[in-house]
Design a protein around this ligand. Sequence first.
Ligand code: SF4
Length: 280
Amino acid sequence: MSKKVMLCAISNISSGNCSEDCSFCTQSAHNDSDIDKFKKKPVEQILKEASIAKQNKAVGFCLVTSGKGLDDRKLEFVTNVAKEVKKRTDIMLIACNGIASYEQLKELKKAGIDSYNHNIETSESFYKTICSTHDWHDRYKTCQDAKKAGLMLCAGGIFGLGESEEDRSEYIDSLRSLEPFSSPINFFIPSKSLKVDGEKITKQKGVEIIKKVKKALPSTKLMVAGGRELVFGEDLGSMFKAGAEAMVIGDYLTSKGDEPCRDLRILNNLGFEPQSSCHE
Ligand code: SF4
């Protein structure tokens, strides 16, 4: 019997110019990164990306907007996009729109969003070091409200920002208290514009991190996301052996991913078959 892997694709539907000062993020206006910046990606383009995601065997398609959170205009944009994608493509929809209220999350659910992605990023103690413009608690509360609103929760974080092992343990404890359905594991991608004095995550460290998170959250699907290429290269087998069961396929928000056909070939050679639904 072949092993299963869950694949998800990301679409950056509103990019850059974020007022927040998250030190690891190229979309922050404070970091002056050379990235594409736009308020609204055209719906036709998003529909095309959803269809490519489906061709690349992604079971989920994530609509990501930059910024601290949702306001009325952004909520209207995301709900309209969600309805259009649902009409044309049979794919699970994830929204990732920052801090959101319970009412806004209910609206997303009504528009056909299945899951909400909001990362708590790191430990509450370390968060102040990487962001001064909003509070870790607001992030945590959004995750709780997403579940209350009937959305599946996808909550995770980022490693390699200079956090200690204690911070990692504290982060994992917080994550465990949220019991997310899935959890992205991101590894910091250095960039000239980002002033992060972090630790370069080696493959061995990446394996240790995945094992540690999996041990604490055995029922959560761990998804290796940003930085996968830097840490694991072509050795996707090591991630899955350590406990990952999912990964992002295609490009990230502001950086290129590996070629989907190459990743699919590697997965196939390892005996993995992409899931056709997220509940397999
Ligand atoms: S709030 Fe989100 S988009 Fe804005 S800087 Fe932080 S991580 Fe980046």
